[in-house]
Design a protein around this ligand. Sequence first.
Ligand SMILES: [Zn+2]
Ligand SMILES: [Zn+2]
Length: 449
Amino acid sequence: MRTQQISANRFSRAGRGLSPRPASTCGQTAFAFWMLILVLATGWSLPVGADEAVPADAAPRWWKGNLHTHTLWSDGDDFPEMVAEWYRTRGYHFLALSDHNVLAVGNRWMAEQTVRKRGGDEVVDKYLARFGPAWVERRGEGEKAAIRLKPLAEFRCLVEERGRFLMIPAEEISDRAEGKPVHINASNIVEPIQPVGGGTVVEAIQGNLRAVRDQAERAGQEIIAHLNHPNFGYAVTPADLAQATLEQHFEVFNGHPGVNQQGDDKHPSVEMSWDIANTIRLDELHAAPLFGIATDDSHNYHSHPGEPKASRPGRGWVFVRATHLTPEHIVRALKHGDFYASSGVSLREVVFDESAQTLRLQIEPAGDATYTTHFIASFAATDDQPARIGVEVAASAGLTASYRLTGEELYVRARVTSSEPPADPVWKGQRAEAWTQPVGWRAELAGDQ
Ligand SMILES: [Zn+2]
Ligand SMILES: [Zn+2]
């Protein structure tokens, strides 16, 4: 009986997807037949209580997710359920819809004219085609026609799958300081957080992070905050990144084409800013380094790869190593640095062996791509020379790479670069990459205290 149930579950997943066509009955019969043969031949069955989605002996594994996403609830151009479906059907395990200064709660109607102006004439039709008239709520006629934006609490049960796909309530706290945008994502929140402002960029970052921390304490819930797109409007300098020490995570990659990811002749790239900030933190402030997250910051769901300027989904994500797909496990692993950021390269393994002081990784091959792993470190200032920042200390080709720290580094991290571009490049010449977190600094920091 137990075995039959599990077979049925397995089959129903094989048939899921965006396609409205039912899975073929012929395929069902063939599958059931072969499952029966397997069961008879091997006597295979799972013990009572065993569970594929939530096993009792869950081991750590990688979960893929995007923590920065917009919908019609703020300035995105699609309905939240449609956006969740985009991610669910493309192998993501978790998603945070993070609209500006709002949580998807309460009763909210939007003029259909506004919806169509945002996403084009087909937006409502696509929504109707996927979820149907029994789900989509409309009222009024002509210019008065309006459509209801569903709160997360109402639609999450339609898209979530136990152990497979999880929605995490989130917000992009969108503040300004010194005339510049200061945006911070807070994921796994229970109520919206209004921007607190500040006399300087650093004050605004610290103030908003305190507000996040206060909510987490009040709610008794794990919340993860990360600073978004520091080079958007060149708002957050590497020194700001360093000094706002309540901040532990930031976006080393953001897929929006307008966020100056690569910097310019006056401003360092976001990746170089990461090394500058982490060097200042470890060498001068005796503070923990920042961890780097990759996100989409997706707004536009109706344009196609190759079309310029749109901020489409599928460009940046994290793989988090945790035993369970729950908000708390994902958030705790992120806080501990047990994750890597990616714009198209997947890693099978990332291990920092504390006793051997060695960072080791293994790359998941894809097609004909070849890979180069760059190990990047910073070194403290000495009497003779200033700090050396973001220095490539080793590079190697192939699917495995390792680096043994000499003891001189403030930290080391790895960037893996593919020979291939990502599926939907943000800029010309972009290559798919993965970024691991800085390691080798914990002992040093403990020694300072
Ligand atoms: Zn933003
Ligand atoms: Zn955003």
